[in-house]
Each structure stands twice: as C-alpha cells, then as structure tokens.
Design a protein around this ligand. Structure first.
Ligand SMILES: *Cc1c(COP(=O)(O)O)cnc(C)c1O
Length: 228
C-alpha cells in the first residue's frame, strides 16, 4: 500500500487519471463491457480545493465526498459554471437530509427507514430528486454502515413508495479480505431487485469490481495520494 501511495503522490493528477481510466477500460474489456458503462468517481474527502482543481482541469467530472458539511464548504465555489456531478458516499444523518438533497447529485448511503423518510421530505420540499443507491452491509459487519441483507427488500420497497429514485446498490466489502465474493453477491442482489446500478470498488480493488459489474467506482487514494 505505501509504495503505491507514494507513487500516487509523486505523479501529476492528470497522469494518474489517465492511468486509472486505462485500467478501468482494460478491466471492462476483459469482462466484455464498455469503459463508458463505468463512472469513475474521484473521492475528494479531506482534499483541498487546490488539490481538486487540477483533476477538474484534466476533465474529471464526478467527485465524491463523505461529509455534507465539508462538501458545503468546498464545492459551491469549485463547481460554479461547470457541469460536475457530486456524489455523497458517506453516512448521512437525517438532520442533514435537506442540505444533502440541495448539494449532491447522487446519494450512495441510503441505509435505514428514518433516513428514507427524511430524504423523501427533503426531496418533496426542494423539488429536486438526486439518484440514490441503497447501501448494503455486504459482509454483515457489526460497526459497518449499510442495511442488513435481510432488510434490503423492505427498505427498497419503502424507498420506492416514498418516491426516491433508487438506481442501484452500494457496498464496501470487509477490509483485508478478498473482495470479489462480496462484489458478486452485491451484483446478484441488484439483479434480483431489477437494479442496474452497482457502486463498488475503491483504490485497491476497482478493477475486480469493474469485472464483476460495477457501474460506479469510488477512487480516492490512487488519484490523490495518501489522505491527510
Ligand atoms: C474514502 C472512500 C472511498 C475511497 O477510498 P480509497 O481507498 O481512498 O480509494 C470509497 N468509498 C467510500 C465510501 C469512502 O468513504
């Protein structure tokens, strides 16, 4: 991991971006998919506007943050006059639903009934409906975000009834484990529920995720270097 991180830190963001895009395209072609089926989300949490701007300059259009407040401080100025897509990939508190709906274009962390209620109210109030992913606790880990696999059918039904535009499932597999079986399980759950979107794969495993059907990969460290 550390060799990889220092390599990332030493090279210009535009070169890293070109590499990651090529690796996504290669993984997609191995799986008989097109690179255009996969959206690369640059995870810019903890990064300053000065670190993010060169990636925007290099043509990167999708960015992801994990905290509403941090994103509210950075993005209104950065995105002004540009057609960027902003993704919320971190846990969302119900009392931040309104702010999240106002700022983000996609929300990847729908994981409980009370949050669905809060987002439905916020979307009705704002007249704006960001696309949503339901996050699944795919490794059934105690402290991990995401709904239990058994709760997924009821949560999806509630989200649809509440008018949330659910386009797919999101997961973060357990650390220090082979991620492929978890990606395959998430893909199977999405198919079962007729969902086309699969938000899975991070810096260390995005190629595996693409081969297993990811439509959205969330890459931070490999683009920006180690987080500070
Ligand atoms: C931070 C984060 C990422 C990016 O992780 P890297 O390993 O830096 O690529 C992806 N998804 C979520 C939900 C995150 O919080």
């Amino acid at each position: 991991m550390s060799d990889f991180d220092s390599a990332a830190a030493a090279r210009p963001p535009s070169a890293l971006l070109t590499d990651i895009r090529a690796r996504i395209a290669h993984a997609a072609s191995l799986a008989g998919r097109k690179a255009g089926e996969v959206e690369l989300i640059a995870i810019s949490k903890t990064r300053s506007a000065e670190e993010i701007a060169p990636l925007i300059g290099a043509g990167q259009a999708s960015f992801g943050e994990n905290r509403v407040q941090e994103a509210e401080g950075k993005w209104p100025a950065l995105r002004e006059g540009r057609a960027l897509r902003l993704h919320l990939v971190g846990q969302l508190q119900s009392n931040k639903a309104k702010e999240a709906v106002a700022l983000f274009d996609l929300i990847h962390s729908i994981d409980r009934p009370s949050l669905i209620d809060a987002l439905a109210r916020a979307m009705d109030g704002a007249g704006r409906r960001p696309d949503c992913f339901v996050q699944v606790n795919i490794g059934e880990e105690a402290q991990k975000g995401g709904c239990a696999i058994d709760d997924l059918p009821a949560l999806l039904a509630q989200a649809r009834d509440a008018g949330l535009p659910v386009i797919g499932l999101m997961a973060v597999p357990p650390a220090e484990t082979e991620p492929a079986p978890y990606f395959a399980l998430l893909a199977k759950l999405a198919r079962r529920h007729g969902l086309a979107g699969l938000s899975m794969g991070m810096s260390s495993d995005f190629e595996t995720a693409v081969m297993l059907g990811a439509t959205h990969v969330r890459v931070g460290t490999a683009l920006f270097g180690e987080r500070h």
